[in-house]
Design a protein around this ligand. Structure first.
Ligand SMILES: Nc1ncnc2c1ncn2[C@@H]1O[C@H](COP(=O)(O)OP(=O)(O)OP(=O)(O)O)[C@@H](O)[C@H]1O
Ligand SMILES: [Mg+2]
Length: 364
């Protein structure tokens, strides 16, 4: 049985390393030799730190010594980086478990390593990061959205409280009505955010006009404060688009937010939806959305950079430079395209297109 187990470990497709309580490497299998580039004779007897990059040493001490060895916990599917003998980093998924002797005391730990391709590693990191940023962005939009009407309502309550004796019924009624409008705004903003956060990450056909309307509601306070007029020309009965994971709202919130930021002295925001034929395949209809602003525009040399992560011309604390890269990622998931045309001091047009679902096309 023991020999059988030894063979199993030795020939496993994943790298397996065992260490003693103080972190000394006690054994490693063939796959671990391949992953880390050390032969067994080189590695055994050395500290596990030889495969740990400098910036991950603390993690290893905490996870390995703290959780696994001291508390006897198992850490599963932890994604991290390790370092090979040749100095190259390798992305791995690792599961670390305590090794116990017959009496049950922890005498060391074993690590099972599976390599991740660089792409897998980055993709996972980027999506986790994106999610945080998108939630943060929607929360920021909600704060914008709620703050002004809330301020107005609070202001009115204070005014009434101070002058309660001077108010006749009619004045009170008017003030209450205005407060109600403020509260309606707040309710709508919160309602649409909750609605979006509740939806699960499935696929479902959507009419893009409704997503645009929702985004405009979310932006309405900022548009009003900046004295930006909105012009909509939304074609009715558009083919539906297969939405993945309720993410399309971020696309419009980000693009409109950029347009608003570009129009400091007021301006005009125009949103047009229509249907065009795919030039490559005339049987496919594409839903096209054009979002135009009359803002400060983007210079020719900068337009190439706008999709680069962290590229921003905004003051520190105002822009992260992740808006458009995230927009691009979401559009790609939806098999869509994005094009940005701009002239300095004249304005910017963002043109999006998505393949429309053919009538009765099954949701996949
Ligand atoms: N409609 C627009 N008008 C003028 N400049 C724009 C417009 N849209 C994007 N830009 C330029 O592209 C840059 C990158 O946009 P992006 O949305 O990726 O980041 P950001 O708006 O700077 O930051 P964040 O979106 O995180 O708040 C902006 O800083 C701005 O210079
Ligand atoms: Mg932005």
């Amino acid at each position: 049985m023991n020999e059988y187990m030894d063979d199993l470990v030795e020939n496993a497709g994943d790298g397996i390393i065992s260490i003693s309580r103080d972190g000394t490497i006690m054994s490693m299998n063939r796959s671990a030799e391949d992953i880390f580039g050390y032969s067994r004779s080189e590695a055994i007897g050395q500290d596990i730190d030889i495969i740990v990059p400098q910036d991950k040493l603390v993690d290893v001490k905490e996870l390995l010594l703290g959780k696994v060895i001291s508390n006897g916990e198992v850490i599963r599917g932890f994604e991290t980086e390790r370092i090979r003998k040749d100095g190259k980093k390798v992305a791995v998924n690792v599961t670390i478990s305590p090794i116990r002797d017959k009496s049950g005391s922890v005498v060391g730990a074993s690590g099972i390593f599976r390599t991740l391709t660089e792409e897998e590693f980055m993709r996972k990191r980027i999506t986790q990061f994106d999610k945080l940023i998108s939630v943060g962005k929607l929360a920021a939009e909600l704060a914008h959205q709620v703050n002004s009407p809330l301020g107005a309502v609070v202001g009115r309550i204070q005014l009434i409280l101070k002058n309660i004796d001077k108010f006749d019924k009619e004045m009170l009624r008017n003030n209450l009505k205005q407060m109600m409008t403020g509260c309606d705004h707040i309710q709508t903003a919160i309602g649409s955010l909750l609605d979006y956060s509740r939806r699960v990450a499935g696929r479902k056909p959507v009419d893009i006009n409704t997503v645009i309307e929702d985004a405009l509601i979310m932006m309405s306070t900022r548009l009003m404060l900046k004295k930006i007029s909105v012009h909509k020309s939304l074609t009715k009965n558009l083919p539906e688009i297969m939405e993945v994971g309720s993410e399309l709202i971020h696309v419009f919130v980000s693009i409109m937010s950029n347009a608003i930021d570009a129009m400091d002295k007021g301006g005009r925001l125009e949103v047009i939806t229509d249907v065009v034929k795919d030039p490559k395949n005339s049987s496919v209809s594409k839903v096209r959305i054009t979002i135009m602003d009359t803002g400060h525009g983007i210079s020719e040399q900068n337009i190439e950079k706008i999709f680069t992560p962290f590229y921003t011309t905004k003051d520190e604390g105002k822009g992260t430079g992740l808006g458009l890269p995230i927009v691009k990622r979401i559009i790609k998931i939806h098999k869509g395209d994005i094009d940005v045309l701009s002239k300095v001091n004249q304005g910017t047009s963002v043109i999006l297109s998505f393949p429309g679902l053919i009538d009765d096309e099954e949701a996949i």
